[in-house]
Every structure is written in structure tokens, then in C-alpha cells.
Design a protein around this ligand. Structure first.
Ligand code: IPM
Ligand code: MN
Length: 370
């Protein structure tokens, strides 16, 4: 039997609730495959800070180091609550970004996916959604302004200032761009380079490198689009996109917009891949306003687990069974409340009921396969 060690980080806010639903799906998969998942749950995030005085205790790092993959919920607090933690010790700065750096998880896959059948979840008109939205945003995750030099102080005029550096070298760009081309080759062979070359030198370097690497992929249609124009195009004509590749901060912003055009950030799973280690997390935050109410959408968490099955463990069929199980729950008219905003045809279910229904559909998908 194949045994995988998973480091499980429920985190803050809605993290623990949606993680539970992801684990339900893993149990179904364990029951019917020659595989076992050993779940090693660890403290991570603001909740860890209040308990241990650090957002990521040493034991958490040790467990991550030993794990075959890391499954992360969400971290962060409301604006008021986070002020209780010193700035440099807040979970984003002291745990999440260090984890990205520690495992060099440079390739962040953020699917923006809505089949035609679920167009009613989206705030966009059906005519704009056409045959459905199916975009893969590839965001560089360990470079750029997030990780550049930072300085705060008071300048000669006595004014407070902050300075942060956006820096990329060609190695960092090349490895991300190659993955984007490889991904495009497996999909519809279209790649959008999202840049800001009219202002940023770093974008000129990105674009040069994309054009160099494009020579190795003559079948891929490469388009260059300014990031501000891309924000508009995502609303007006999202179906033109297949793979979009971009630097860290552009990817942060446009991937949230991706959630917006689908109808909810709750529909945004993600995979963060490094040379040796990968971790999987929803693209969204911890939604402290709805935490503990059993109303959050666990799709992004369950979808992140589907991505793990596919990308870390080669369990392609079970990954697609899991996606199909979630689609089946939607097709039966059920959804969490976040997706009822733009339609009244949704039967609203709780987080745990959504997860139960996914697990049931998943279990029955196996019966159909055999
Ligand atoms: C994301 C999040 C993080 C980011 C935050 C929590 C640091 O918004 O994964 O998109 O900005 O990368
Ligand atoms: Mn973000």
C-alpha cells in the first residue's frame, strides 16, 4: 500500500471548517484505493500565535519538512484582530511567505473555471460566459515586490516613507514561464503574457524571456496584454483566455478578480509547486466575518485537494472524480450561500452538508466506474 504523509494546516477563520470537508473526500479515496493518507495536523497562523506566541512553531516546520505534501486552510484575522499581533509576526509575513520561500514554491496554479451549466453563479451575463470559463492563471509566487528589499523610515524632509523593491532575475522568470508553456501545451495552446511593459522594466524582462522561450513552443499562440487591460478583459471577454502567466503581485490581484467573475472566491482552489515540495491552499483568505457559522464554501479547499491528488500523487482519475462530484452537487441545485447572490435557483446548504454531498457523490462515482 502506498502511504502518503500529509501536513494538515487548518489555520484561522473558516480554515478549520473547510478543511474538515476536504478530509471527508480524502477518506472516501482512501477507502477504495491502495493508498493511505497519514494526516499530521499542525498549528499554523494567527491561532498558533495566540497559543504558542508564533504563527509557525518549529514542530510545524519539522512536520512540513517530512510531509509528502502540505494542505493548508486559510490564515489571517480581521483588520482589528490582526492589530493585536506585531506587524512582522502576523501570519502572512511570519508564516505564509516564509513557507513559500522555504519550499521555493514558485509555480502557483490558480484555475478560474466555470462550466456553462453553472453560468448562473457568475455576475457576468450568459452571453459573455458562452461555452464556459476555463482559465489557468499561473502566478510566480516567490519573487517580485513580495520578497524584495523593504525599508521604512523618515526621510530628510521629516516625512515617513516606505520603500519596497520589485526584482526578478532571468532564472526566476524562465522557470515560471517554462511551466506556463508546458501547461498551455496540455490545454488549448494559448498563452497570455500579462505585463506592464509600458512602465516597468521588470515587465520588459518578462516579455523578452517569454519571447525567447516561445521559440521552443511554436504551437503555442502567445499574446501580450497589459495587466490593467487584462482586468477589463476578464470581465468583458474571459473566454479568450486559456493560460495566463504573470509576476507575483499581478497574479495576486487578477486571481481574486477571477473569483469575482465566477461568482465567489470560494470557487478558487490553488496549487503551489516547488522543486521538491508542493502545498495546496484556497486562493482566498480566512473570512473571519463568517467563521464558525458553518456557511463557508468548501469548494476551494476540496478543489485544492483534487489538485494535490493530480499533481503530487498522479491520482488523475480520482482527482477528476472529485471535481465531478462537486459539479454533481451543483448540478443537483445545491450550493453554499455565497453562490446564491446572483440567482434564486440555489438550494442553500451548510459547509458540512456540501462536504457530505460531495463525499456521497464521490463514493457513487466509483460504483459507476467499476
Ligand atoms: C493569496 C493571499 C496571500 C498573497 C496573502 C494572504 C499574503 O492573498 O494567496 O493570494 O497575497 O499572496
Ligand atoms: Mn490574494
Amino acid at each position: 500500500m502506498k502511504k502518503y504523509h500529509l501536513c494538515i494546516m487548518p489555520g484561522d477563520g473558516i480554515g478549520p471548517e473547510i478543511m474538515k470537508e476536504g478530509v471527508k473526500a480524502l477518506k472516501v479515496i482512501e477507502d477504495r484505493n491502495d493508498v493511505s493518507f497519514e494526516l499530521m495536523e499542525v498549528p499554523f497562523g494567527a491561532s498558533a500565535w495566540f497559543e504558542f506566541g508564533t504563527c509557525c512553531p518549529d514542530e510545524t516546520w519539522d512536520t512540513c519538512d517530512r510531509a509528502d505534501a502540505i494542505v493548508k486552510g486559510t490564515v489571517g484575522l480581521s483588520h482589528e484582530e490582526s492589530r493585536k499581533i506585531p506587524i512582522d509576526e502576523q501570519p502572512e509575513r511570519s508564516a505564509l511567505l516564509p513557507m513559500r520561500r522555504r519550499y521555493d514554491t514558485f509555480a502557483n496554479f490558480r484555475p478560474v473555471y466555470l462550466p456553462k451549466a453553472f453560468h448562473h453563479f457568475s455576475p457576468l451575463k450568459p452571453a459573455i460566459i458562452g461555452e464556459g470559463i476555463d482559465i489557468m492563471i499561473i502566478r510566480e509566487l516567490v519573487g517580485g515586490i513580495y520578497f524584495g528589499e523593504k525599508e521604512v523610515g523618515t526621510n530628510e524632509q521629516g516625512l515617513r516613507y516606505a520603500r519596497e523593491v520589485l526584482e526578478y532575475d532571468e532564472g526566476l522568470i524562465q522557470r515560471t514561464v517554462k511551466i506556463a508553456f508546458e501547461t498551455a501545451m496540455k490545454r488549448r495552446k494559448k498563452l497570455h503574457n500579462i505585463h506592464k511593459s509600458n512602465v516597468l522594466k521588470s515587465s520588459i524582462l518578462w516579455t523578452d524571456i517569454i519571447m525567447e522561450i516561445a521559440e521552443d513552443y511554436p504551437e503555442v499562440d502567445v499574446q501580450h496584454m497589459l495587466v490593467d487591460a487584462a482586468a477589463t478583459a476578464l470581465c468583458l471577454n474571459p473566454t479568450q483566455f486559456d493560460v495566463m502567466v504573470m509576476e507575483n503581485m499581478f497574479g495576486d490581484i487578477l486571481s481574486d478578480q477571477g473569483g469575482g467573475i465566477l461568482g465567489s472566491l470560494g470557487l478558487m482552489p490553488s496549487a503551489c509547486l516547488g522543486p521538491q515540495k508542493a502545498y495546496y491552499e484556497p486562493s482566498h483568505g480566512s473570512a473571519p466575518d463568517i467563521a464558525g457559522k458553518n456557511i463557508a464554501n468548501p469548494y476551494s479547499m476540496i478543489g485544492s485537494i483534487a489538485m494535490m491528488l493530480d499533481m503530487s500523487f498522479g491520482m488523475h482519475e480520482e482527482a477528476s472524480n472529485l471535481w465531478n462530484a462537486m459539479s454533481a452537487v451543483f448540478a443537483n441545485g445545491y450550493s453554499t450561500g455565497d453562490l446564491s447572490r446572483s440567482t434564486d435557483s440555489v438550494k442553500i446548504v451548510s459547509t458540512s452538508e456540501f462536504g457530505d454531498r460531495v463525499a456521497e457523490e464521490l463514493a457513487s462515482s466509483f460504483l459507476q466506474n467499476t
